[in-house]
Design a protein around this ligand. Structure first.
Ligand code: HAM
Length: 419
């Protein structure tokens, strides 16, 4: 146990962290282009926020939350997602008083007690974007375009953007009735969780993972056929905006999403993955959530994408990853005076922005050169008594083996290695 991480968690190891940094850099870049500002909220919240926000008949709240009492007896939950926290913060901090809509993004770890499998973890990371304080269809389309463009930038292809509208609470009332009528003959065969959902929230039954419930739900009436005129117009305008951007989409009337706050537009981005979970992004409009949390009715929409699934999809599609970061120069040393001099020289080079590695293990010169090679240093220099006496450095280009002599000072070395 001592040397084994808990089930469903992953270490991001040093040989992979540069891939994460690359994706995070692309996220920062695209959010700047789309004018989304970062928001950072706590890893844990009051449990009630998720019960109210995400919905107490969802799998996430019913089965998957990491909930515990803190020493003060408060019920605390590690966030299973970011939307409820961002909405809470929007209300608590008066973000609604800033110019609207508020366009926010986050890059966070989330926690769900789920069955461990490829692409499904108990700690995972989401990049999410939320627009609060605007109900226009242009927002829904902008969010989808941001997600699709980010995937394109990191090199993913063959993605499918599936969209649907699940209407507003008004259209849903009538639909819920129809759905109950459809499901009622098979009520006794539903799983216990779905039996409990039947009266309260029958839409959730369409999202159940049990194969029996899935079979019972086959052929159920579709929400999109029951939406009101306003919701239909909104959906048509979202489609038109996507068409204007040249973004291909597919209508999937079976998307209901696993969280309760959605209204009108919902969408998922699917990758054609063979070995891992293929829903790489999910989102939609949630016009009722902020009111549900006690504030005035405020329309909002957003999405979140799993970063582990994004990287797995890159691997499955054979996308070329960026090169690992390697030092510009390795400074080897021989003898006490040179060892001490080397760390001073390394500091001066680093001050000027170069990436530098030195010997910290008092290795032989041969072992130091081998090490420089192994870590992929672009250049190497060995400093000994002679170099110190002559104030001279012999810099070896590790790619082509060429050697160049220069004065033994940071600027002269920098001039050579930056050529
Ligand atoms: P979600 O569909 O629950 O939506 O999660 C969004 C994405 O997070 C999924 O598409 C998937 O890529 C990733 N994900 C979810 N669970 C796991 C897991 N156990 N392991 C690995 N990846 C996972 C939400 O969380 C909403 N808050 C999205 C949203 C934002 N809607 C509006 N605004």
């Amino acid at each position: 146990m001592l040397t084994k991480a808990p089930k469903g968690t992953n270490d991001i190891l040093p040989d992979k962290s540069h891939i994460w940094q690359h994706i995070e850099k692309e996220i920062l870049k695209i959010c700047k282009e789309y004018n989304y500002k970062e928001i950072r909220t706590p890893v844990f919240e009051h449990t009630e926020l998720f019960e109210r926000g995400v919905g107490d008949t969802t799998d996430v709240v019913e089965k998957e939350m990491y909930t515990f009492n803190d020493k003060g007896g408060r019920s605390i939950t590690l966030r299973p997602e970011g939307t409820a926290s961002v909405s809470r913060s929007y209300i608590e901090n008066g973000i609604f008083n800033t110019p609207q809509p508020s366009k926010l993004f986050y890059n966070i770890a989330c926690y769900r007690y789920e069955k461990n499998q490829a692409g499904r973890y108990r700690e995972f990371h989401q990049f999410g974007a939320e627009v609060l304080g605007g109900g226009e269809p242009s927002i829904d389309a902008e969010l989808m375009s941001l997600a699709m463009l980010l995937y394109k930038r990191v090199g993913l292809t063959n993605l499918k953007l599936n969209i649907n509208s699940i209407g507003c609470p008004e259209c849903r009332k009538e639909y819920n009735q129809k759905l109950r009528e459809f499901l009622r003959p098979n009520f006794d065969n539903l799983c216990d969780t779905c039996k409990n959902r039947f009266e309260k929230n029958p839409l959730r039954i369409l999202d159940c993972k049990s194969s029996v419930c899935k079979d019972i739900a086959k052929g159920a009436p579709m929400l999109i056929d029951c939406i009101c005129d306003e919701c239909r117009d909104h959906f048509e305008a979202v489609k038109k905006a996507l068409e204007n951007m040249g973004i291909e989409y597919f209508i999937d009337p079976y998307i209901v999403r696993g969280l309760d706050y959605y209204t009108k537009t919902v969408f998922e981005i699917i990758a054609d993955n063979k070995n891992s979970n293929s829903t790489i992004c999910g989102g939609g409009r949630y016009d009722g959530l902020i009111a549900q949390l006690g504030h005035t009715t405020t329309p909002a929409a957003g999405f979140a994408m799993g970063l582990e699934r994004l990287i797995l999809t890159m691997e499955e599609q054979g996308v070329k990853f960026p090169e690992e970061n390697v030092p510009d120069i390795y400074i080897g040393s021989m003898g006490d005076a040179a060892v001490s001099f080397a760390s001073g020289l390394a500091f001066k080079l680093r001050e000027k922005g170069a990436s530098v590695e030195i010997d910290h293990l008092k290795r032989s010169v041969k072992a130091q050169m081998k090490f420089a090679n192994k870590i992929g240093a672009k250049n190497a220099v060995i400093i000994g008594d002679n170099e110190m006496a002559e104030n001279m450095a012999n810099i070896k280009n590790m790619e082509n083996g060429e050697e160049v002599k220069c004065a033994l000072d940071a600027q002269s070395i920098l001039d050579v290695i930056s050529k």
